[in-house]
Design a protein. Structure first.
Length: 132
């Protein structure tokens, strides 16, 4: 089972989010929205995006877990996104959420939502719901 490493160097992350101009924000949002179909193939449904316009630019992305996909499909999606650094990071984080959920089964609770924060300090929150 592959492990999806999500780390990037501080320089790569800082370079992507240090500029919080309107054109940079538009570029990031466009990059994400242009890749919604690709991201939705990951087994997660894209639910929305939010922007934080503080000192440093950050975005929050909301996803709903729909279904598990094979490791081969995950590898194919990462290959398809290889030229899109930000989209590849999003996919890796979604796959990491799935990996975490599988490793730490939480009784009757199932993975429901994944909220990703992209900025100088990327992060991820997982939400669970009681299974039926």
């Amino acid at each position: 089972v592959p492990t999806y490493e999500t780390s990037y160097t501080n320089f790569e992350i800082e370079d992507e989010f240090k500029d919080n101009s309107a054109s940079k924000m538009q570029n990031i949002i466009q990059n994400i929205t242009d890749s919604i179909a690709l991201i939705n193939k990951s087994g997660y449904e894209f639910k929305g995006i939010g922007a934080n316009l503080g000192l440093a630019l950050s975005f929050s992305l909301a996803f709903h877990f729909k279904k598990d996909i094979s490791d081969e499909d995950k590898s194919a999606l990462l290959e398809e996104a290889k030229e899109k650094k930000l989209v590849k990071l999003i996919l890796k984080m979604l796959f990491k959420a799935d990996e975490f959920y599988k490793a730490f089964k939480l009784g009757a609770y199932e993975l429901d939502t994944v909220n990703i924060t992209l900025g100088l300090s990327p992060g991820m929150n997982l939400g669970f719901k009681k299974g039926e």
